[in-house]
Design a binder for this molecule. Structure first.
Ligand SMILES: Cc1cc2nc3c(=O)[nH]c(=O)nc-3n(C[C@H](O)[C@H](O)[C@H](O)COP(=O)(O)OP(=O)(O)OC[C@H]3O[C@@H](n4cnc5c(N)ncnc54)[C@H](O)[C@@H]3O)c2cc1C
Length: 445
């Protein structure tokens, strides 16, 4: 139901990920006529149900919830979606140079290295939690902290390459930087909003954030959703906007662009200098990941006193025990970037890694699901790293481009960016800004 330049809807929300769905829900609830547009043939964005080898649908995107992610926790509770806790019993395995060691905490088998790791953690956390949520960029020394990369900060404190590599991965994995060029300030800011450094993998939704997408979608009663609508142009017209996908046009008085800035840069903005000059959006980088689920008949790792959690220092960064009372699952988190490896190769590498560190039974899973985000043209990547200087030399979270044209999406949220938390917050904010703008116009009339 494209309106081909005829009567305009009140708001077009471009991007039907969690940010766009939240924005559409709030705008619809405020009485706006909303059209939700997405380039894909499905909604959900960086959440997706992947078909496992058994045919079962398994979450291939977002799943974990960090303690400080209050907007996420609120929305999950409101939607009746339960959180599970990773079973913690047993020793974790930490891999260094291909060799796995059983440990209760990083380097617990080696007191001196454990002290070095703990000292880094202590200093990092003292900095990260020196101020309220999101306020770290207002510290007097913010520019100094932003001038340095996280690996540089760590290397200045320890000569132990194993300790520094482990600390950098544990602290910045979710930001998804393959080259490690993450600003120290960005890493502190990211941890500050999450309420903890990055290793927040204890709590998760067994069915993944696709369950939240479903819950949001059923609340959209009046909103029209157009899929397979890849926006390539946004143009100022008739006091509003024309949003184009090839020859298809949707007209709207206001627009929310709810997507990764990497993809936003692919849209041509006509007659909109503010957007063309939008420097902060150019700062974001993104790299795709591979997510795997290995499901077993039984938790065989417990036979040898292991928890099922493995932290690697090679290709695969983590195996996380995401078992529930109903199934025995290990989730593979792997920041692989763009690659040309075959699905069979990815599968073999995951199973070999699990077998090497947890036992031979890992080679015989009951089910396997692999989601390779490098093959996905509409996510822009998975994590969202900021390099040194990015946070303080511009505003990467700038979100109001032009009258009635706002940005949403996780990377636009100063709190919880890169996570579902940022997506939710950005969706609420975009709706709020547009609704209050309309109210203001009404009051001025
Ligand atoms: C493998 C993986 C694991 C993750 N794990 C977690 C986790 O455990 N916990 C957590 O909190 N976060 C996690 N994340 C991050 C989380 O998924 C994202 O931060 C969040 O889903 C982003 O939502 P969004 O709405 O901002 O963007 P998106 O979900 O990317 O939605 C944007 C939408 O815009 C559409 N779009 C893009 N360009 C156009 C265009 N030109 N025209 C029309 N439509 C367009 C896309 O198709 C997409 O549907 C993970 C991400 C991945 C990929």
């Amino acid at each position: 139901m494209e309106n081909s330049g005829g009567s305009a809807v009140d708001v077009a929300v471009v991007g039907a990920g969690i940010a766009g769905l939240v924005a559409a829900r709030e705008l619809e609830a405020a009485g706006c006529e909303v059209m939700l547009l997405d380039a894909r043939e499905r909604i959900g964005g960086r959440t997706v149900r992947t078909v496992a080898e058994s045919g079962e649908l398994i979450e291939g995107g977002a799943q974990f919830v960090k303690g400080g992610h209050s907007a996420t926790l609120r929305l999950l509770e409101e939607s009746g979606i339960a959180l599970q806790t990773s079973p913690a019993a047993g020793a974790d395995v930490y891999v260094e140079g291909g060799i796995g060691r059983r440990e209760t905490a990083p380097f617990s088998g080696s007191p001196e290295r454990a002290r070095e790791y703990a000292a880094l953690q202590h200093e990092f956390e003292a900095l990260a939690f020196s101020c309220g949520t999101g306020e770290i960029v207002a510290r007097a020394d913010a520019a100094k902290l932003d001038a340095e990369s996280l690996p540089e900060w760590v290397s200045a404190r320890t000569d132990d390459r194993g300790v520094s590599r482990r600390f950098v991965t544990d602290t910045s994995f979710g930001m998804g930087s393959l080259d490690g060029e993450v600003s120290l300030l960005a890493a502190l800011h990211y941890a500050n909003a999450a309420g903890a450094p990055d290793l927040g993998h204890e709590r998760f939704i067994a069915t993944g954030f696709s369950t939240l997408v479903d819950a949001l979608a059923v609340q959209l009663r009046e909103t029209t959703t157009l899929l397979d609508f890849h926006v390539d142009h946004v143009e100022r017209a008739n006091g509003g906007y024309e949003i184009r996908s090839g020859s298809r046009v949707v007209s709207a008085t206001q627009v929310v662009l709810a997507m990764s800035p990497v993809l936003m840069r692919c849209i041509e903005f006509v007659g909109l200098d503010v957007v063309d000059d939008w420097i902060p959006g150019r700062r974001w980088r993104q790299e795709p990941s591979v997510k795997g689920l290995l499901r077993y008949e039984r938790p065989f790792w417990a036979d040898t006193g292991l928890s099922g959690n493995v932290a690697g220092d090679g290709e695969i960064s983590y195996l996380i025990n995401t078992s529930t009372p109903e199934s025995h699952d290990l989730t593979v988190l792997w920041n692989l970037g763009r690659h040309d490896r075959s699905p069979a190769d990815l599968r073999r590498t995951m199973l070999d890694f699990a077998a090497e560190h947890l036992g031979h039974e890992a080679l015989a899973p009951r089910d396997v699901a692999i989601t390779d985000w490098s093959a996905d043209p509409f996510s822009g990547g998975c994590g969202s790293p900021l390099s040194p200087g990015d946070l303080t030399s511009g505003d990467p979270f700038a979100f109001e481009f032009a009258p009635g044209l706002v940005r949403a999406g996780t990377e636009s949220s100063p709190i919880g960016w890169g996570s579902v938390e940022g997506a939710i917050r950005s969706g609420f904010r975009a709706a709020e800004v547009l609704i209050s703008g309309e109210e203001q116009k009404g009051a001025d009339r």
